[in-house]
Design a binder for this molecule. Sequence first.
Ligand code: HEC
Length: 136
Amino acid sequence: MVKNVLSQRICIKVFALGMMISMPLFAGGEDASNATCDLERGKKIFQKCAICHSFDSGAEHLAGPNLYQIMGRAVGKVEGFKFSRKLRKSEDTWTQERLDAFLESPLEYYPGIRMAFAGLKKSEDRSDLICYLSSP
Ligand code: HEC
């Protein structure tokens, strides 16, 4: 069914809406998001990032910048982190779509950056991780 094909997109939209009206993300039991966005799984996948990225308010930058509230933020502008020229000069904003494309292959998306990470090839891994990164 079309619903299944679109379920990931719907999940992302449900998240964006949830963020906008600042409601607890899973409290309402939205079918689409519960069925396709696994926050707990996303948290586990984040372990791949955690050697280089913190994800807490006020946490120190590691080899990479703190990713706390990354969604909606300007690319390469987190205070106190020295980004490569490529990210520093970027005028992009982090959206779910951009993060999805970036995480599939970071160095193809922003050639020349210093993030030594090959990427997440499975779209399910990326969408679960993005669920986690979108959480408060
Ligand atoms: C080996 C260390 C390393 C790993 C692993 C890593 N990153 Fe990074 N990441 C970096 C570095 C370094 C930068 C800054 C790159 C630059 O300035 O060129 C960065 C930048 C980023 C940015 C841009 C931040 C901003 O404020 O614009 C995002 C988003 C990001 N990483 C997400 C992730 C995610 C999600 C993962 C796990 C799937 C991950 N990274 C894995 C080192 C890493």
